[in-house]
Design a binder for this molecule. Structure first.
Ligand SMILES: CC(C)(COP(=O)(O)OP(=O)(O)OC[C@H]1O[C@@H](n2cnc3c(N)ncnc32)[C@H](O)[C@@H]1OP(=O)(O)O)[C@@H](O)C(=O)NCCC(=O)NCCS
Length: 207
């Protein structure tokens, strides 16, 4: 085993460490003031780009979807191969036998993923989410704690769904869209828009 480096000295990094990821040897972060600090029991070793010259597996622990995507693109430009990325499904996750989780994704405790769900690459699913049959979650999407998706929901690339939001079955959340915490989503959310409320509506638009 090569060991694992977390990319991003964030709250998410501390959550992944607290959830008991095996083999974590350090964290990389571009904030020089954090270099040398111990976070969650492991040292912050240096800048993110230094990953290219190292041998460990990598796990992106950056919460915002778009920022995670940028870092993966930056590392790819430095020649970091896709196979370098680890996947972390915490031991307290119930992952249905017919569901799949893509490389680089982080799924935290208490999440239940039922049947035939497909979770893409570099997706982050925070604690206690419910992902049900036939849901498809595209790369770089983020589900904050307690999100519930009905069956056959599609979550677009780099979309962000806030804490405890619920999405009715068979709906789509567009790429780069944001859904506010506590929302009840009853219709498709278009790409790049921010929707919130009960029922959810586009923010900033007069009713
Ligand atoms: C939806 C969200 C992205 C909007 O953030 P924002 O653009 O900074 O918006 P503001 O806080 O300026 O609020 C704008 C308006 O939307 C309303 N609003 C904000 N979030 C809302 C929500 N979740 N539900 C209902 N209304 C909401 C505000 O009351 C405000 O209304 P007003 O104009 O009538 O006063 C944010 O509130 C949110 O829910 N983020 C997710 C938080 C989360 O899950 N964090 C997890 C961290 S691990």
């Amino acid at each position: 085993m090569n060991g694992v480096l977390l990319i991003g000295a964030s709250g998410l990094a501390r959550e992944v460490l607290a959830a008991g990821i095996e083999g974590a040897v350090g964290i990389l972060d571009d904030d020089e003031s954090r270099h040398g600090q111990i976070i969650g029991g492991v040292p912050v070793l240096g800048a993110v780009a230094s990953a290219a010259a190292r041998a460990e597996d990598l796990l992106i622990t950056i919460g915002p979807s778009g920022a995670r995507r940028k870092v993966v693109a930056m590392l790819a430009a430095l020649g970091v191969a896709d196979e370098r990325f680890a996947t972390f499904v915490s031991t307290g996750v119930r992952l249905g036998a017919t569901s799949v989780v893509g490389r680089g994704s982080v799924i935290l405790d208490g999440t239940v993923i039922t049947a035939d769900a497909a979770i893409g690459r570099h997706v982050v699913v925070m604690p206690n989410c419910t992902i049900t049959h036939d849901d498809v979650i595209a790369d770089f999407a983020t589900l904050a704690a307690g999100v519930s998706l009905g069956g056959t929901v599609r979550v677009g690339e780099a979309a962000y769904i806030g804490m405890n939001a619920s999405v009715r079955q068979q709906l789509s959340i567009g790429p780069n869209a944001t859904v506010g915490m506590g929302s009840v989503v009853l219709g498709d959310v278009p790409a790049s828009q921010t929707w919130a409320g009960v029922p959810a509506r586009e923010l900033g638009v007069q009713a």
